[in-house]
Ligand binder design. Structure first.
Ligand SMILES: [Zn+2]
Ligand SMILES: [Zn+2]
Length: 332
């Protein structure tokens, strides 16, 4: 609120009302105090509770939700702090209660080892929103320029909305399958993708541990085929769906829906992609539909859950900076 020109994304600003954001900020500050008090009573370690209350106090002292914004905002370079905070809040509100209520690994906890590393990764894909959306959209917009097929666009647009959406997810997942396969099979690309596989425990935020080269490559090459034939609304609906579903597949969430799991990827399915056990290596590349792996012979889906996660026999450096730089200079 003190530096809105610098810290909010101009593309997002028109979509949310300042009044709602102020209420949200006030709500978060009050909740931080309340949960801080509860946590400091219930937990032996009080460091998280005290840190939370200290931040809430500092936010209040610095004007809280009533900071006035002087002058009008204009386009220009900005850091997507608003995007980071809103998405983080939304994802945490959706997934943390599910993981607390029905965990597959109850002893794991929300603030497990390395959770701060994953928050840094989450930040790294949200703060530079302008640069990343440019990098992601570049291959896609180029694809439309040279390959855009009006006849295809027209015939897809005539289909019912739900069918268009389903087709888009199928096209995206087939594209994802091959990009993901390449990330595993090409040694140069694996260096980047290994970061995503380095998590030793999976939950909703472990899915965001991903090198930015991995991230932009996957997103850009999925969007490219979508832009050949689908409308902007369908692509937007797909982007919302992939964010929710890909996060969901990493969740520490035990319950099963037998009738659904053959058709749609559930957490146990993608957890087998992350195992370091031999039988699960290079399996389950699809992120939405298990039957895509079945078609290409990379399907592995036993009744039980994996016992261990992470890289098989490889180690990568701890810490965000080393993990970001090392793949470029050829370090394992
Ligand atoms: Zn993978
Ligand atoms: Zn994953």
């Amino acid at each position: 609120m003190h530096f809105p020109q610098l810290l909010t994304d101009p593309e997002l600003r028109p979509y949310y009302s300042l009044h709602v954001i102020r209420l949200l900020i006030q709500g978060v500050i009050v909740a931080a105090f309340a949960f801080g008090v509860i946590s400091s009573i219930l937990r032996k370690k009080r460091i998280l509770a005290l840190t939370g209350m200290l931040f809430a106090l500092a936010a209040t002292a610095w004007g809280g939700s009533s900071v006035q914004i002087n002058g009008s905002l204009h386009d220009g370079p900005a850091i997507g702090l608003d995007w980071f905070l809103l998405d983080m809040l939304l994802m945490a509100i959706i997934y943390v209660p599910l993981e607390r209520l029905w965990p597959q690994y109850p002893e794991q906890g929300t603030f497990r080892k390395d959770w701060t590393l994953d928050v840094v990764y989450f930040m790294s894909t949200h703060l530079p929103i302008q640069i990343l959306s440019f990098l992601v959209l570049l291959p896609a917009t180029q694809a439309v320029k040279y390959l855009g097929v009006p006849a295809l666009q027209h015939s897809i647009a005539r289909l019912p909305w739900l069918l268009q959406f389903f087709l888009a997810v199928v096209v995206a997942d087939v594209a994802e399958y091959f990009v993901h396969l390449a990330l595993h099979q090409v040694p140069f690309l694996w260096r980047f993708h290994a970061v995503h596989h380095s998590s030793k425990a999976l939950d909703w935020i472990a899915g965001s541990r991903s090198h930015f080269v991995d991230d932009t490559l996957v997103r850009g090459l999925i969007l490219a085929p979508l832009m050949l034939g689908f409308s902007q609304n369908i692509i937007l609906a797909y982007l919302i769906f992939v964010t929710l579903h890909a996060t969901w597949t990493h969740c520490n969430f035990g319950p099963n829906a037998k009738w659904l799991e053959k058709f749609l990827v559930m957490p146990r399915y993608h957890h087998w992609h992350h195992t370091s056990q031999k039988e699960g290596i290079d399996k389950n590349f699809a992120i939405h539909f298990p039957w895509i792996d079945k078609i290409f012979g990379t399907y592995y889906y036993p009744e039980e859950w994996p016992e261990k996660y992470g890289l098989d026999g490889q180690e990568i450096a701890p810490g965000f900076l080393r993990q970001t730089i090392d793949p470029f200079i050829g370090k394992p």
